[in-house]
Design a protein. Structure first.
Length: 248
């Protein structure tokens, strides 16, 4: 019926927007604790920019990576509290929560075995791996996450070079019960062309569950503005059932 109305009216169908997504589930907005925002002022600028794009809620996800960012739930929640107070002072109309982006290392496995992971939504856990080297025992680690009752969400699967060798591996991981979070800027070539191609394949094959901004700096927001009008952004909605808005 919608296609008929579009044909009869002769008008272009409205483009999908960040307002339709509602929620961003991947960013680095708590100041001074990882490679994201460095100061409170920078955090606020990023949050205001994301709000202007149309997001109603941000679930920020600082790195927990033992060799680089030894964050804990206490550090993250303390930073979140300060950020929320500043948002309230400045009357910015946006909700903000925090989880974490876990690097798949020994420290993560210790936290997993202690059931001490920071989650978002319905017990979702965002995790990442090395971009280049396939983690030893990847499938076993995924089974461990699932066996502890968590729902694993693989951050930016399109960025892992070791998965580019055979796209069938994406299906294998997906069939294990892993949800995929694609970075929006991957779809316009922000990272590399092979990453763009992998993101396009994941989108076109309906494997995307969440999309995220992965905002660290203002340049990421500038590219998000460009991405919103790109055909690949529209395809996300056409080929996938996204869960972002379920988190509102």
């Amino acid at each position: 019926m919608g296609l008929i109305r579009k044909f009869l009216s002769g008008k272009k169908a409205p483009e999908r927007t960040y307002s339709e997504l509602g929620v961003d589930i991947h960013s680095h907005l708590i100041p001074g604790i990882d490679d994201g925002a460095k100061t409170m002022e920078e955090s606020i600028e990023l949050i205001q920019a994301l709000s202007h794009l149309g997001y109603k809620k941000l679930i920020t996800t600082p790195h927990i990576m033992y060799d680089a960012y030894r964050n804990s739930s206490e550090i993250i929640l303390s930073g979140l509290d300060l950020l929320r107070k500043e948002i309230a002072v400045r009357n910015i109309d946006i909700d903000i929560e925090a989880a974490a982006e876990y690097y798949l290392d020994e420290h993560f496995l210790k936290l997993l075995n202690s059931n001490a992971l920071m989650t978002f939504g319905s017990n979702y856990v965002l995790f990442e791996t090395s971009y280049v080297a396939r983690p030893y025992g990847l499938h076993e680690h995924i089974y461990a996450i699932l066996s502890h009752g968590y729902k694993p969400v693989l951050a930016h699967p399109e960025r892992y070079v070791y998965l580019h060798e055979s796209y069938d591996e994406y299906r294998k991981i997906k069939d294990m019960g892993v949800l995929f979070q694609v970075n929006i800027n991957s779809l316009i070539g922000y990272y590399t062309n092979p990453v763009k191609k992998a993101a396009e394949w994941i989108v076109e094959n309906g494997l995307v569950d969440f999309v995220g901004s992965d905002t660290h700096k203002m340049r990421h927001v500038h590219f998000l503005e460009k991405a919103q009008t790109h055909p690949n952004f529209q395809k996300i909605f056409d080929h996938n059932t996204l869960l972002n808005q379920s988190l509102l």
